[in-house]
Design a protein around this ligand. Structure first.
Ligand SMILES: [Zn+2]
Ligand SMILES: [Zn+2]
Length: 328
């Protein structure tokens, strides 16, 4: 079954590339980036497939068991735009396939010098090189670094200025995972791609790792009353666990009312929050947003923007403004 699906996917990939992308490249005399464009077509198709699956599975769930009823349709629309830009766009692709040749170059030099290029799969032959085991190891290792990236983006004022855009959604929904500042997206993609390359992830594996991670993160943001039970919540980040991270005044704000601090930074596996003492297992499905965006007297009515360009511009402004704040 899986094999058939993979074959079906690669058939469409090949067809789309040969009949649309390749002729276009030759027309534009871009023949020398054929290899990159082939990979780019794969990322595009994968993103399209993800968006379709998310819509088919999560949209009915949101209608059936919503946390917040009467979600503003424009909130969903703007986050859908972010999802299209990021998942159909070239971010991850550019980073990974630009860095890959560079790392090949570095690895080549290291080999010449007698230093072998590191690869996590070779650590324990016949165990860590089993494809499923290698996949899980990579997923966990990348997630560890993702935890620290996310935690840092709440720790430093300038970074929170960018990341606050993600938290400014009062009507969190299935598309909200990609509601990020483009600069923050770029930084994270570079960071994860570099780590993936350092630990020896092949591009074909990286595609699957990113797809699996992105699907789970979309589920976490969906407006659904779903939790995984006492044990499940500790194994995999659930919509309830991540909603607590987005909770006004709890998940990402310190008690003193500042914007720094928070809990539940884990991206896929809550183990990092448990080990580094930032976990908070709540039974509540909290309301989401940032305290200072609420109208007075509760907040300051701060504007994080409604449209895409306003949000991007305000993100840069907040980056400058929050950088001057104290970090505790
Ligand atoms: Zn956050
Ligand atoms: Zn989030």
């Amino acid at each position: 079954m899986t094999h058939t699906l993979v074959e079906w996917f690669s058939d469409i990939h090949g067809w789309l590339f040969q009949s649309v992308v390749q002729p276009l490249l030759y027309m534009l005399t871009l023949g020398d980036v054929t290899e990159e464009a082939f990979d780019g077509t794969e990322w595009f198709l994968l993103g399209l497939l993800e968006l379709a699956i998310l819509f088919i599975v999560l949209r009915p769930l949101e209608a059936w068991i919503p946390v917040k009823k009467d979600i503003d349709p424009s909130a969903r629309r703007i986050d859908f735009l972010y999802s299209c830009i990021h998942r159909l766009g070239a971010f991850t692709l550019v980073v990974f396939f630009l860095l890959d040749p560079l790392f090949d170059l570095i690895a080549g030099h290291l080999r010449l010098l007698g230093v072998v290029h590191f690869n996590l799969e070779t650590l324990w032959p016949s165990v860590t090189d089993v494809p499923v085991v290698a996949f899980l190891i990579y997923l966990v290792v990348l997630d560890f670094f993702d935890y620290w990236y996310h935690r840092a983006s709440h720790q430093f004022g300038w970074w929170w200025g960018l990341h606050s855009l993600h938290h400014s959604q009062l009507d969190m929904n299935l598309w909200s995972d990609n509601r990020n500042h483009l600069l923050d997206d770029l930084l994270r993609d570079i960071y994860l791609a570099v780590i993936a390359l350092v630990i020896g992830v092949e591009p074909s594996q990286y595609v699957l790792l990113v797809a699996a991670s992105r699907m789970l993160q979309s589920l976490q943001h969906a407006n659904v009353r779903v939790h995984f039970g006492a044990i499940g919540e500790r194994l995999l980040v659930s919509p309830r666990f991540h909603r607590t991270h987005h909770a006004i005044g709890i998940g990402h704000e310190s008690k003193g009312g500042g914007t720094l601090g928070g809990c539940n930074f884990a991206v896929l596996f809550p183990v990092w929050d448990i080990v580094f003492r930032t976990a908070r297992f709540s039974r509540e499905f909290a309301m989401t947003g940032i305290r200072d965006q609420l109208p007075p007297p509760e907040g300051k009515g701060r504007d994080y923007g409604r449209g895409f360009w306003a949000q991007q511009w305000l993100g840069l402004k907040h980056m400058r403004e929050f950088a001057r704040r104290k970090t505790s």
